[in-house]
Design a protein around this ligand. Structure first.
Ligand code: AMP
Ligand code: ZN
Length: 137
């Protein structure tokens, strides 16, 4: 069973690496949604959020945040940044080694998240919150 991102981490598949340390790697997305789109991955293989060590999740997010701050600074600065993570097929996950997308945004770049917001009442919001709250204790 081969995982393309494990192959990249191991140096057996090519990647345009932006950052590497003991725990995470960041490299350019091969099919960018916006110019500069990159991915941050934990070096230890995890399919998704369920089997990702929380410490690795923290490192992935911290690296994504650091890169986003760099993207917002300097001369070729992005006007904004989206962080995006697809967990599961229904959420759009195609590579089953967890990864955080970091997307520099500029006005008119053509990228957008589709979604039609609903307008649930407070009772429905409270009910959903009440169902989740005990699971988080
Ligand atoms: P997702 O739909 O969140 O699983 O996204 C997978 C992402 O991985 C896509 O944006 C792909 O373009 C990207 N991708 C797949 N293979 C490679 C690769 N070998 N190097 C860099 N990015 C890749
Ligand atoms: Zn992997």
């Amino acid at each position: 069973m081969s995982c393309i991102f494990c192959e990249i981490v191991a140096g057996r598949a090519e990647a345009s690496v932006v950052h590497e340390d003991d725990d995470v790697m960041a490299f350019m997305d091969i099919r960018p949604w916006t110019s500069g789109h990159l991915l941050v991955v934990p070096k230890r293989h995890a399919v998704g959020l369920a089997d990702l060590e929380p410490a690795d999740g923290q490192k992935v997010f911290a690296t994504g945040q650091r890169i986003a701050r760099v993207m917002r600074g300097g001369d070729s600065s992005a006007e904004g940044v989206n962080l995006f993570l697809a967990d599961g097929v229904v959420a759009g996950q195609e590579v089953f080694h967890v990864h955080l997308h970091v997307l520099p945004r500029r006005r008119g770049d053509g990228f957008g998240l589709r979604g039609i917001p609903r307008s649930p009442g407070r009772a429905e919001l409270d009910k959903t919150a009440a169902a989740l709250r005990p699971l988080l204790r």
